[in-house]
Design a protein around this ligand. Structure first.
Ligand SMILES: [Zn+2]
Ligand SMILES: [Zn+2]
Length: 332
C-alpha cells in the first residue's frame, strides 16, 4: 500500500519493486503491521514524508526470509521492526545513550519503506526477536504504541496518580503496565466518548471521563496521547505540584496559552520522541510479566485506508492491525 502524495488514499499495487537485503539487512515476510497515529499524520501530510512514493507502517511483525552479509539474524526468525530504523551511532546523542534523538536517524515507514506490504527490508540491528507468548497480531501494537507509551510512562517517574489523555492503542497498553506497577490510572477522553471510557475502566482505569472538565483528584503525572494541543493546559491544570505532563505524540495541534500560575510549583511539560533499542528490550521483556493483553481490530492489508479512516474518526478500540498473511498471523 503506497502513499503517492499526502492527502491521497494509499494505493494498492502489486508491482512495487521487491528489494533484496543489502549488507546488514534482512528481508522479512510481513505477517501483520499495526497502524499508528503517526502513519495517519504522514498520510494526511501533517508530517512531511521526505520521499514519495512511500510504504507506511512501523509496527511490523514477520519472518526473516533472507539475511544480507553480516546481518546477525537467521532466516526463519520471527522479528519485529519498529519505528527507529537506523542511527549513525556517532552523533552526540547516539554516544550518550540517546539514539532516539539521533541527528541522522531514519525511521521505518517515513525515511525507509515500512510494513504496509508483503515484504519489508530492515537493518537487522534494529529488529527485535519476538517472544513466543505473543501472536503476531498481539505483538504488533507493542512495537510503537507500546514502546512510545512505555517511554512516556518512564518519564512520569514514580507518579502514583496517572492521567492518560486519549485512550487509544498506546493508552490501553500503558494502563496495564501502570496498574501492574501499582499506579492509579485515570482516563480522559472526549466528553461523549462513553465507549472509550467504558473500555478504559475495563482495562483498569479507576475513573474515566471528560478531558476538559476538572479531574476527580490531583494527578502526579499525565500523558497526552491525543494530538490535541488544548489537552496540554487541561492536563497541566489537573496536576499536583511537582507533576509532569508528557506529550507522547509526534504531532499535535497548537497549544493554547495558559496562565503561568498553572505551571508554577515545579510543574513541567515535556515531550517524548521516538524510542531507543533499550526501550524496546525493556518493554518486550516486561510485557509478558504484566501480562499486557493487546486489544486489536483487524483489517486486510488492502483495507489500510479503512483502518486509517477509522483511526481518524476515533472508531477503534485498542489498536488497528493490518493482517498481511492471514495464515501466518492466525495466532491471537
Ligand atoms: Zn546519532
Ligand atoms: Zn508509531
Amino acid at each position: 500500500m503506497v502513499l503517492d502524495a499526502p492527502g491521497r488514499p494509499l494505493r494498492a499495487t502489486a508491482d512495487a519493486a521487491e528489494r533484496e537485503p543489502g549488507p546488514g539487512e534482512v528481508q522479512v515476510a510481513v505477517h501483520a503491521c499495526a497502524v499508528c497515529r503517526t502513519d495517519l499524520h504522514i498520510v494526511d501530510g501533517e508530517l512531511a514524508a521526505p520521499r514519495l512514493p512511500l510504504i507506511p507502517g512501523h509496527q511490523v511483525v514477520g519472518t526473516v526470509l533472507a539475511a544480507g552479509e553480516g546481518a546477525e539474524v537467521d532466516p526463519g526468525a520471527r522479528v519485529g521492526i519498529p519505528w527507529l530504523g537506523w542511527t549513525d551511532g556517532t552523533c552526540p546523542y547516539c554516544r550518550t545513550g540517546r539514539e532516539n534523538l539521533c541527528e541522522r536517524a531514519r525511521f521505518t515507514g517515513l525515511d525507509v519503506d515500512g510494513g504496509y506490504a508483503e515484504r519489508a527490508v530492515a537493518d537487522a540491528r534494529f529488529c527485535f526477536p519476538l517472544l513466543d507468548g505473543y501472536g503476531d497480531l498481539a505483538a504488533a501494537p507493542l512495537l510503537c504504541a507500546g514502546l512510545i507509551g512505555h517511554r512516556a510512562l518512564r518519564m512520569t517517574g514514580d507518579a502514583e496518580r496517572l492521567g492518560l489523555y486519549g485512550f487509544g492503542a498506546s493508552a490501553h497498553i500503558v494502563a496495564q503496565v501502570a496498574r501492574h506497577q501499582g499506579r492509579r490510572v485515570f482516563a480522559f477522553t472526549r466528553a461523549d466518548d462513553t465507549a472509550s471510557q467504558a473500555f478504559a475502566r475495563e482495562i483498569g482505569a479507576e475513573w474515566a471521563g471528560d478531558a476538559m472538565a476538572p479531574a476527580p483528584e490531583a494527578l502526579d503525572a499525565a500523558i497526552v496521547f491525543a494530538p490535541v494541543g488544548a489537552l496540554v493546559p487541561a492536563a497541566l491544570r489537573a496536576l499536583a505540584p511537582g507533576g509532569v505532563v508528557v506529550c507522547a505524540g509526534i504531532h499535535m495541534s497548537d497549544i493554547p496559552s495558559f496562565p503561568y500560575a498553572d505551571l508554577w510549583h515545579e510543574r513541567a511539560i515535556r515531550s517524548v520522541a521516538n524510542l531507543t533499542r533499550d526501550d524496546a528490550r525493556e518493554l518486550l521483556a516486561l510485557a509478558p510479566r504484566v501480562p499486557v493483553r493487546t486489544r486489536v481490530t483487524t483489517y486486510a492489508l488492502e483495507d489500510a485506508n479503512d483502518a486509517l479512516g477509522d483511526l481518524r474518526a476515533g472508531r477503534i478500540e485498542g489498536a488497528a492491525v493490518l493482517v498481511v498473511d492471514e495464515h501466518a498471523a492466525s495466532l491471537p
